[in-house]
Design a protein around this ligand. Sequence first.
Ligand code: C2E
Ligand code: CA
Ligand code: CA
Ligand code: CA
Length: 270
Amino acid sequence: AKEAGRGGYRFFATEMNQRLQERRALEADLRQALASGGFRLAFQPQINLEDKRIIGAEALLRWDRPGHGNMPPDQFIGVAEETGLIGPIGAWAINEACRQAMLWPAHMNIAVNVSPVQFRQAGLFECVTSALQASGLSPARLELEITESVLLNDTEDTLAMLGRLRGLGVKIAMDDFGTGYSSLGYLQKFPFDKLKIDRSFVRDLGRDPNASAIVSAVVGMSRALGVRANAEGVEEQDQAALLLAEGCEEVQGYFFGKPMSAEEFSVLLH
Ligand code: C2E
Ligand code: CA
Ligand code: CA
Ligand code: CA
């Protein structure tokens, strides 16, 4: 048993070492991508459900990692956060999103994801103001998507930052709503403009009565808070119809449009 234990330890250590090396390689590749323009943004249409018109897009980070192909953001945002690289990567995304949105008709909005780590880093406010200034985009057209986990720490600082950003005229959306810990009372303390209902609830709409009940409750909650509701991950006509019946204002999802290049999105607008 002792031998097996030692062997097991050796195996574990090797695996740890391998993971550490993979992480280092990922960090190095992220730095390289930042320095050489290796990132781009994809744009997913956001639709006003009542008249089915496009009202803007959510910007989603894309990375063609050399030797790995297209690497989804979920697989590198974590390491970017741990290494502090999320600051410059996020800044690039905000700048690029504003620059692209300036090429669209003036009523089109742009939503950009801001990670909780990025939100707490110094310089977010300056990053947003300089992106707006450099692009000339009206602040009201920019929406920052944050998750409920942002609200869990440093309540005072978070409130102050949300206030400063909204003071600019920038909008705040609560992303992945329903997957975190927020209650109505908690949400009431924080100023924001939109609730994005997580895809996991939308997926089961019409099949699971619980999912329908949750979506109905969240739309009701958004109304009570005086904010807009956006349902994510709409893949079927029936889901859209149910959401419309519930009074959900806005949708996103493969049924209406997958994330696409800036060029493809521009074509869609004309
Ligand atoms: P998210 O903000 O919740 O973005 C929605 C994700 O759902 C996107 O995945 C999108 O491609 C996908 N999606 C949209 N419609 C549908 C649908 O109808 N069905 C299904 N199955 N999926 C749909 P993506 O692009 O892989 O992004 C994953 C996550 O990575 C995002 O989740 C967001 O948390 C993060 N992310 C993406 N871009 C950025 C960024 O620029 N900065 C930061 N901090 N995070 C980002
Ligand atoms: Ca998002
Ligand atoms: Ca989301
Ligand atoms: Ca997410």
